[in-house]
Design a protein around this ligand. Structure first.
Ligand code: ZN
Length: 464
């Protein structure tokens, strides 16, 4: 018996592909023979891993927006994933699913209010699908600051996973990623941080030769780790197993069912690990850091050398969307004033309308301080729907890549256009003029079009 434990954590996520004007996914070239990438990734990864029972063996987070699509399109795959979480809870007393912030937003770049909404929506969505509240939450791109941890703790969450580079000892030294740690929050309470093993995670994700079979990978692991003790946490995109790397669903099954236990690893998850071993040491959080940008969170704000070309469009797009969100928030808040005493608690609860578990007008009744006349209720619901699109327009993928003209960025602009349209329907006020002016400052270095050109074309054609 050794004290060597292994956890594989899969971050399962796809950017939203639906045209927000129609709610359907257009044909995507490159996904053939499938109609779009969601279907391709399902066939190569979600379905085979679910059918092999691999979700029983790993720790995972499954993006709310892709879960929503999966539940409608391939309900049996989603049901199998949910069954894995339940199996874990029944077998080990703790579940193996973690929640995810709802729209895959870079949380350090948002307001505290938006953090709370993203985290609340992600937690309620998880509860709705998996039948219990989440214990831990995956942060999009592992982007973190203290305010994000505070917001997660306020919603009852107690752990997340980061890279070792995102924390330090109080004397500035690096920490040993084989253990979990506490970060002390400003109120004195503590939040648990698990650290992924960088070398094991990167080699598993990118070294195809090493993952052709599980026994080779385990032998290599035993050679490089030089210890019989500690937790080795491999965290990577879940799509690695079958989509990014063909046939790696079989590797994953063989690794966790056979080869790793044979080599002396006990298989665990963060929640299981916490049942036997709580952290004993505090670490300092390196704020405004993430796992896929060495420049803090610049990749999603001002741009950085992670992506080529003129990256000025990133800050200009964000400024344009921030100004739009400010306008929508102000109109929503002023509309709430007469009837709703807690507009932001109402927005947080609006996820239940998105999930279809409560009717919009019924939700308003739960929050009204005086009865809302019907026409005002309809206006308020339109503004809440505008708030929903304002959340969606911050999807991190819009800033992840090199250029403004990419589909992920155009999708964010399309969500902004939906918010503008809903506000106009609700209040008669048109926020398009100032948004178009702001978007004109963001220019593609590939196509030379501006954000305003892209916005106008999307609105004109009602497609992305
Ligand atoms: Zn960077």
């Amino acid at each position: 018996m050794t004290d060597l434990t292994l956890c594989i954590h899969g971050h399962f996520y796809q950017p939203p592909r639906e045209n927000p004007f129609t709610g359907t996914i257009p044909f995507e070239a490159g996904a053939e023979p499938f109609g779009n990438y969601n279907e391709k990734v399902h066939s190569e990864c979600y379905q085979p891993n679910a059918e092999l029972g691999n979700f029983d063996l790993i720790s995972f987070n499954f993006g709310p927006t892709i879960a929503r699509w999966l539940e409608t399109r391939f309900p049996s795959t989603m049901a199998r994933i949910v069954a894995s979480d339940r199996y874990h809870e029944q077998t080990f007393g703790v579940a193996n699913g973690m929640a995810q912030a709802y729209n895959h937003t870079i949380l350090p770049l948002t307001t505290h209010r938006d953090k709370i909404t993203q985290i609340t929506w992600g937690a309620i969505d998880f509860h709705h699908r998996f039948g219990h509240p989440p214990d831990g939450m995956w942060l999009p791109e592992m982007a973190v600051d203290m305010d994000t941890l505070v917001a997660m703790a306020s919603q009852g969450l107690r752990y997340t996973i980061l890279c070792p580079t995102q924390v330090r000892r109080s004397n500035g030294d690096w920490v040993d990623s084989r253990f979990s740690y506490y970060v002390r929050l400003p109120d004195g309470s503590r939040f648990v941080i698990f650290l992924r093993d960088e070398e094991l995670s990167n080699r598993l994700a990118f070294d195809q030769g090493l993952t052709e079979n599980a026994s080779t990978f385990v032998r290599w692991c035993r050679d490089v780790i030089h210890t019989d003790r500690g937790l080795f946490l491999i965290a990577t995109d879940g799509e690695t197993f079958g989509h990014h790397q063909p046939r790696r669903q079989f590797f994953l099954q063989s690794l966790l069912r056979t080869e790793a236990p044979k080599a002396g690893f006990q298989i665990t998850t963060p929640a299981q690990h916490l049942r036997v071993e709580m952290p004993t040491q505090d670490v300092i959080l390196m704020e405004n850091t993430a796992w896929s940008c060495a420049h803090g969170v610049a990749r999603w704000s001002i741009g950085c050398s992670c992506t080529p070309g003129d990256q000025n469009w990133k800050s200009r797009l964000r400024m344009a969307l921030d100004r739009l969100a400010g306008g929508v928030d102000a109109l929503y808040q002023s509309e709430c004033q007469r009837w709703i005493s807690q507009p932001w608690a109402l927005r947080n609860a609006y996820i239940n309308v998105i999930l279809g578990t409560v009717d919009g007008l019924q939700l308003l009744q739960q929050f009204e301080s005086s009865p809302i006349p019907a026409p005002y209720g309809v206006r308020l619901l339109r503004l809440l729907e505008a708030e929903r699109y304002c959340q969606a327009m911050y999807t991190s993928c819009g800033w992840y890549f090199e250029d403004l003209s990419r589909i992920e960025t155009r999708n964010n602009i399309a969500h902004a256009a939906m918010a503008v349209e809903l506000v106009k329907q609700a209040t008669g006020i048109d926020l398009a003029t100032s948004l178009r002016n702001d978007l004109a400052a963001a220019r593609s270095w590939i196509t030379d079009e501006t954000g305003r050109d892209i916005y106008d074309r999307i609105v004109d054609q009602r497609q992305v």
